[in-house]
Unconditional design. Structure first.
Length: 221
């Protein structure tokens, strides 16, 4: 599903982001990316979501070498990956339903399909009753659930989450963990970057640890 071989990525001559990274993540796995701040977690996720390019090595997503695909093919590949951010990135002037539906609207899907799918994913995250609410009126945990619903609108095989519990308290973090586990149980590959070692230890899921841009452990299952 996701394969990296001897990947190097630099932000400048003296600013290596990833150094000789090799890892494999299989279909329907739930994997943590851990490490201290600056270890390369976000850089790795940005590379996988095709927001960055590596300087050396190979990155294979869905079996395709992404360094060799045409630029015009990138949007369709990105649509097969849902992304969740720490700061939610919801549009405050749009309702919950409108925020979630954006991914289908840009594809020009029929209105009836958009409405049905939006309610389906909001039901999955337990927020169907908030479809007409506005993000500023929601709790942090509810906003993160909306962000997860938005990431799932296209039913992506891969879900990437960058510090999804970073702005939440312990109880809300547990709720998000349970939701991500449920999504993974449905067959979605889930990759979570987090500095919360307690979360990793509690769940005992596979963890790939980065140190200064290098894989310190867990790269190959």
């Amino acid at each position: 599903m996701i394969q990296l071989y001897h990947v190097h990525m630099d932000y400048g001559p003296d600013s290596p982001a990833l150094v000789d990274v090799t890892m494999r993540i299989g279909k329907a796995e739930f994997v943590f990316i851990t490490g201290a701040s600056g270890a390369g977690k976000t850089s790795l996720l940005r590379l996988i979501m095709l927001a960055e390019h590596c300087d050396a090595g190979q990155v294979l997503i869905f079996g395709r070498n992404v360094s060799r695909i045409r630029h015009s093919e990138i949007p369709s590949l990105r649509r097969r990956m849902g992304v969740v951010f720490q700061d939610f990135k919801l549009l405050p002037s749009r309702t919950v339903g409108e925020n979630v539906a954006i991914g289908l609207e840009v594809l020009g899907r029929p209105r009836r399909e958009i409405r049905s799918r939006t309610l389906e994913v909001l039901r999955l995250v337990g927020l169907e009753h908030k479809v007409r609410a506005y993000p500023p009126r929601l709790s942090g945990g509810e906003q993160q659930r909306v962000a997860i619903a938005r990431a799932l609108i296209n039913d992506p095989p891969i879900l990437l989450a960058d510090e999804p519990t970073g702005n939440l308290d312990a109880d809300l973090s547990q709720d998000i963990d349970s939701l991500l586990a449920d999504i993974n149980a449905r067959g979605t590959t889930v990759l979570v970057a987090t500095h919360d070692q307690g979360w990793v230890d509690r769940t005992q899921r596979r963890a790939i640890r980065l140190e200064r841009g290098r894989v310190a452990s867990g790269g190959i299952a």
